[in-house]
Design a protein around this ligand. Structure first.
Ligand SMILES: [Zn+2]
Ligand SMILES: [Zn+2]
Length: 349
């Protein structure tokens, strides 16, 4: 059911009419031409049970446009208005096509200068395959898109991808509004934030990060002398919106490049080099005792550091340096961040 109609051939959007104007339109419908955008059949102004103003077919005829739930209609209306409030030119139920003439209809299409966006609301279940197919069509048409789907149980498919912004929404009867549970924010606020570039794919490849060696001071298992071993790297960006610990084996080459002979002597760190491990039955880049060169395996280091990490202990990294994510430091799990918050899925549903 569209929010848009043609009044005397000119497009109008239902949400731009006040309640009074809407009543007037209902009353004068016989004196004016009001047409559906999908089939040009007669349009009837109506109000849904959730209070959303929309247009219904006077006569469906052979129109193939799909019926929508009242929730879909409301979410679409909220998104369209949020875009308009931010100064975007909005068309609901927008008809477009791919370069090879495949047609598509988007719930909300928004345009500002050269930027084009579409927003899709999915209240009824839709297979992941179909979501991806429809997304590809928009991509092929050179238009960025975002999906807003009904919050479902945890075992229903979730998508967290840079190429497919996909967010669950939840309807709240008490205020007749939707929220994005993941970020605990209303749908309007989220849309406005999106248009103001507050939604980011994070952390980004190539991002500058400060790395610091996390070392442990331990008595050697063989010679009993105190030696330092490098358990890994603490990696963070300047604002600390990103802060992670990387285990030695994930970044061993980078760690080796950070430790010079002088540093080794200053901190009593054993040489980082390939050693043969009997347990692993192979050679790998490893820590060793500063005094007797005994090997310190990765499993041992992971266990030691885990004990500190579970009690949230401060790591006091030494020798901070600047590195880049996705280059010297492997790219970690990336996800959509809103206003620098990672967001959480609700585990209770
Ligand atoms: Zn129609
Ligand atoms: Zn030793």
């Amino acid at each position: 059911m569209p929010l848009r109609a043609l009044k005397e051939g000119q497009p109008i959007h239902a949400y731009n009419l006040s309640q009074t104007e809407w009543l007037q339109l209902k009353e004068q419908k016989k004196g004016i031409t009001l047409q559906m955008p999908c089939c040009q059949n007669r349009a009837i102004p109506k109000t849904s049970k959730l209070g959303t103003q929309f247009f219904a077919h006077g006569r469906r005829g052979d129109c193939t446009s799909e019926a929508e739930s009242k929730e879909h209609l409301l979410a679409k209306s909220i998104i369209a208005q949020a875009c308009q409030d931010e100064g975007w030119e909005v068309t609901t139920e927008y008809q477009g096509e791919t370069p090879n003439k495949e047609r598509w209809i988007a719930d909300v299409y928004a345009k500002k200068n050269k930027a084009q966006l579409v927003f899709e609301v999915q209240w009824s279940p839709q297979t992941e395959e179909l979501t991806r197919q429809r997304q590809e069509r928009y991509q092929f048409s050179g238009i960025r898109s975002a999906w807003f789907v009904k919050e479902r149980k945890r075992n229903y498919y979730k998508i967290e991808e840079q190429g497919l912004p996909y967010f669950e929404i939840k309807y709240h009867e008490e205020n007749n509004n939707f929220s994005i549970p993941k970020y605990n924010i209303t749908l309007q606020e989220f849309i406005k934030g999106m248009l103001n570039k507050e939604l980011t794919w994070f952390p980004q490849k190539g991002m500058e990060v400060e790395t610091g060696l996390v070392t442990l001071s331990i008595p050697c298992w063989r010679c009993k002398e105190i030696t330092q071993v490098v358990a890994g790297l603490e990696v963070k960006n300047q604002t600390e919106t990103f802060k992670e610990f990387y285990n030695f084996d994930e970044v061993s080459e980078t760690i080796r490049s950070m430790i010079s002979h002088n540093i080794q002597q200053k901190y009593n760190i054993g040489t980082i080099k390939k050693r043969y491990s009997k347990t692993m039955q192979q050679q790998y880049l490893s820590n060793g005792c500063y005094h007797c060169d005994a090997i310190y395996g990765n499993f041992f280091l992971r266990e030691e550091i885990l004990e500190l990490l579970v009690c949230d202990a401060d790591l006091y990294p030494i020798l901070t340096k600047v590195h880049h994510l996705g280059e010297e430091i492997p790219l970690p799990y990336q996800s959509w961040h809103f206003q620098e918050k990672r967001g959480t899925y609700n585990d209770s549903i």
